[in-house]
Design a protein around this ligand. Sequence first.
Ligand SMILES: Cc1ncc(C[n+]2csc(CCOP(=O)(O)OP(=O)(O)O)c2C)c(N)n1
Ligand code: SF4
Length: 278
Amino acid sequence: MEQATTAKKAIPKDYKSDYKPIWCPGCGDFAVLNAITKALAFLALPREEVALITGIGCSSRIAGFTSLYGFHGVHGRSLAVAAGLKAARPELTVLVAGGDGDGLSIGGNHFIHACRRNMNLTYIMMDNEVYGMTKGQASPTTAADWEQSKLTPHGTGIRPFKPAGLALTAGASFIARGFSGDPNGLARMLVEAISHPGFSFVQVLSPCPTFCPEQMQWKKQVRIFEETDTDDPILAAQRIQADDGMSTGIIFRQEYAVFQAQSTAGADLEPIEQEFAI
Ligand SMILES: Cc1ncc(C[n+]2csc(CCOP(=O)(O)OP(=O)(O)O)c2C)c(N)n1
Ligand code: SF4
């Protein structure tokens, strides 16, 4: 007689911690957490084989709300920590998450080099076009005429970054834009991103109703890209430039050589220590 299978199916709750998120009511980051846990359950990844590395910001708190190995690190340095982890433990699935301020302002240099290096990492940027945690200052994705910050009452007057365009120019091999208002679509997108060999960048439009209440209108403005993803960077650049930043979908996907640094874990460090001895 055939033995009935007793293997437990992974469910999203398995990937959540007992800590309840402390985000403001209506914050888009709740749905991003749900989408990440759904994607991991779909892929049935063992928790102990996944790490979630974050920087600092409201969005970067996300690691603590999961049951994954995590590092709630230093502002703007999540990608550097994640690259080190992936170099030392290539068998782990390494997810990286944070805000637009964390990833494009103080962490901007790490971002462009992570795109260029193409390590097998999945980077989720929760973009609310503002510094939420420090009470509503303009970020690199804030519209030039946004006048609601006390620090920039007449707007910044500076053109915002287009994160997808920046990632494309810097060499990311998977680029997508999702929306927290569509957690199922975002979960499917994250499954693709995590499965992609190389650096996957997923910009998630994730409203901050506290400092940008107007973002509650995003659900009326967001639409799905008419075209499916392309492996042609010129076509992808044209789509990004022609778009107002509110279209969602996988924009660009191409397989480039994946960088895996030679780990020195377990190496004999004594000769190096002697070389630098004072
Ligand atoms: C080195 C350093 N500089 C500045 C700060 C202050 N700080 C904390 S979070 C943050 C910005 C957060 O904005 P974002 O990354 O967009 O995340 P959000 O809070 O909007 O999710 C800043 C400037 C810090 N913690 N460390
Ligand atoms: S301040 Fe904004 S980003 Fe931070 S938890 Fe509240 S709604 Fe979310």
